[in-house]
Design a protein around this ligand. Structure first.
Ligand code: ZN
Length: 326
């Protein structure tokens, strides 16, 4: 077998997922990083299983289930989500799986952000896909009670129009957290960290549905779920806005933003203040986020992105980092 970087954590010198990643992805069961089918075979199976495939859905998420160490397509009780290369009008789409994987790994390994277990995986003919383990499936098969912030805010396409996921602000999400999360002081810092990370990694699609709360069974209170769907969108949608949502509610902008039309450190400081993160904690979190560039570089270089896109990824990261330095 070919020696590769672990398709989970990207550590070099493995033939498949390392033991640590197997633990995270499959409780230690030896799953292969090569699926037993090709994408066309998979799509055929998918069509056969779904009697009501909607015409609009060039579905890009599929459910998989682990059956005797093999990951197979399933209609119900999915334990994994498989995201093959999407189709559409955007650029470099064949790089999306490696991009999402890298972004999720940087979040976790460099910044300690709690993310859904994930890896890249390959169809039988070598085509890459992204795989993530569903964190809402409990060990006894039951589902975790969770709601995304579109649901929590009571926003749907019917009630708020096509843009319902985007016509909102991160400050308002923080407001909803304050109402619903007892451990707000701890959870708001996690949320804040991810917003800074999204900014650094040029994730311009981090909308309302990409944040969720779940009910902690033991204490009955609500906490943030692991983060998911982190991706450098600038590679695929050049010129996209800096963040999917405004930082502040009601159109507020800081003086610094007025001067440069870009978010810089004073914006994030203002956000921290408005959401109850004290100055000392703000400085600590912010400083952690703007250092560690060497670790980010290392993961980019080990990733499954093609060489040219690795350069683009790093360049976009450095551009954002530069903006946060003053
Ligand atoms: Zn690994």
């Amino acid at each position: 077998m070919k020696v590769i970087n672990c398709p989970g954590c990207l550590r070099p010198g493995y033939e498949t997922y390392c033991n640590n990643c197997l633990k995270k992805l499959a409780d230690g069961k030896k799953i292969s990083h090569i699926l037993s089918f090709t994408r066309p075979e998979f799509n055929k199976l998918k069509r056969a299983q779904s009697s009501r495939l909607s015409i609009s859905g060039i579905q890009i998420k599929h459910s998989l289930k682990l059956v005797n160490r093999e990951l197979l397509l399933t209609d119900e009780k999915g334990e994994y989500i498989l995201k093959p290369i999407p189709s559409g009008l955007f650029e470099k789409l064949e790089q999306v799986p490696a991009n999402e994987h890298l972004t999720m790994q940087i979040a976790e390994q460099v910044f300690g952000i709690n993310t859904a277990a994930n890896g890249v995986i390959f169809f039988k003919d070598g085509e890459i896909a992204y795989i993530t383990r569903r964190f809402d499936v409990l060990s006894d098969g039951r589902r975790l009670l969770q709601e995304d912030f579109a649901q929590i805010a009571g926003r749907t396409e019917e009630t708020h129009g096509k843009n319902y996921k985007y016509d909102f602000s991160y400050e308002e999400i923080a407001g909803l957290m304050k109402l619903n999360v007892k451990a707000y002081a701890v959870e708001i810092e996690k949320f804040f960290k991810v917003i800074i990370f999204n900014y650094l990694s040029s994730n311009g699609d981090s909308h309302l549905r990409n944040f969720s709360l779940y009910r902690n069974e033991k204490y009955g209170d609500y906490l943030l779920t692991p983060f998911y769907d982190l991706l450098n969108t600038s590679i695929h949608v050049p010129g996209e806005s800096d963040l999917a949502l405004d930082l502040f509610k009601e159109g507020f902008v800081t003086e610094a933003y007025k001067a440069g039309s870009k978010y810089t450190k004073p914006d994030f400081a203002e956000f921290a203040e408005r959401t109850g993160i004290n100055e000392k904690r703000f400085n600590k979190i912010f400083d952690d986020m703007v250092t560690n560039i060497d670790k980010v570089k290392e993961l980019i270089s080990k990733s499954f992105l093609e060489e040219k896109i690795k350069e683009d990824y790093l360049e976009s990261y450095l551009t954002r980092l530069e903006r946060l330095k003053f």
